[in-house]
Design a binder for this molecule. Sequence first.
Ligand code: CA
Length: 428
Amino acid sequence: MSAPQSWVTSANVSSTQFGLSNLPIGSFAAEGRGRRLGLRIGEEVIDLFRAAEGGVFSSLDAKIRDALTKPVLNDLLALGETAWDQAWNHFAAILSSDNATLRDHHERASIMMPQWGVSMRLPSDVGDYTDFYASLHHATNVGTMFRPDNPLLPNWKHLPIAYHGRSSSLVPTGTSVRRPCGQRKPTDAPPVFGPSQSMDHELEMGFLIGPGNRLGDRLTPEQASKHIFGFVLVNDWSARDIQSWEYQPLGPFLGKNFATTVGGWVVPMRSLQNARCAAPRRGNGDPQLLPYLAWDGDFGLNIAVSLHIQSAKMRELTIAPMCVSECNVSELFWTPSQMVAHHTSGGCPLRPGDLLASGTISGPTKESRGCMLERTWRGTEPIALPDGTERKFLLDGDEVFLSAHAQGRDGSRIGFGECRGVITPAVE
Ligand code: CA
């Protein structure tokens, strides 16, 4: 079967990741417009504020229409699944080839603009950001390096481990990331303060929370699945030397909170229906899930993710970024619904626009490891770059690119756009 057609011709080409069955949303800025919500279709972006002003959404409920005129997603996220369905059914309808509402609109030229003309911002005002540690391969690899006899701690298969991150240092794709200074402990020498010598990336998938829960309430995994609006790429930059010295006994702190890059486009859960796959299977000997984390309708997501690196010299020589990691979100041991259910299980409220992320996604092979720490096995197996240099960790000038895609309906591809950042030198 062929994918449904749009009057936006770039949405119909077979190579597009932004056809009618995707329609991701984001927050952008463009010259002369300030900050707006935008809907991506093919190589175009619809300015939802101007579309609303132009009457394109007059058949939608007033509260949905109003939420679409805001610069960030929070109000729309607060409305919940029924409103999201109404909005996206309408988006798909007005972009279909036979619909004239926007196609023949007298202000179409100002409502739509080419995607290269916009600069993506953070999709929501993130009140709180939580980062999980949900990949069994990642947790086992990292554990093996630091505790060879006891790689996986006793709690790991009983509950999805996480820590509270900082929303203040979330940055949109394209923002350069300054190498942090911090305290680290060289072997056999006292601690020193200075630029991190072990800058790393983490290939992660994040998701944005919809209505959420009230203080004291908790969500079952089934309820939780209705509070996940959509998915977005996340690079959780990490300074491994700062992290390894500071993390005990309370966990990640300054080694993690200097910057986290968030992708520009949020792919709604409804566009990922075709990517749903069986929830990760628990092996013989794995503990039984406690009832508050168990749901027989639970599911994983078949989303291919990859990470590329381009050094400053590669840019200079116009050598394309090199693929360093390729993996799949379906490799995660814990599902997004379980992460939300666990997060709310003590009554802590999640609020519209909150960002949760999976933790580094790693698979069973070396090429599927999502961070340098694992990929170079703590620097002992450096990666050769095509510019003739090698990497144990990231150097200044290195740019890291994340990408992801899933299979959509009718053979279409669902893309997540870019999530990139370049390392700039520390200020000493
Ligand atoms: Ca992380």
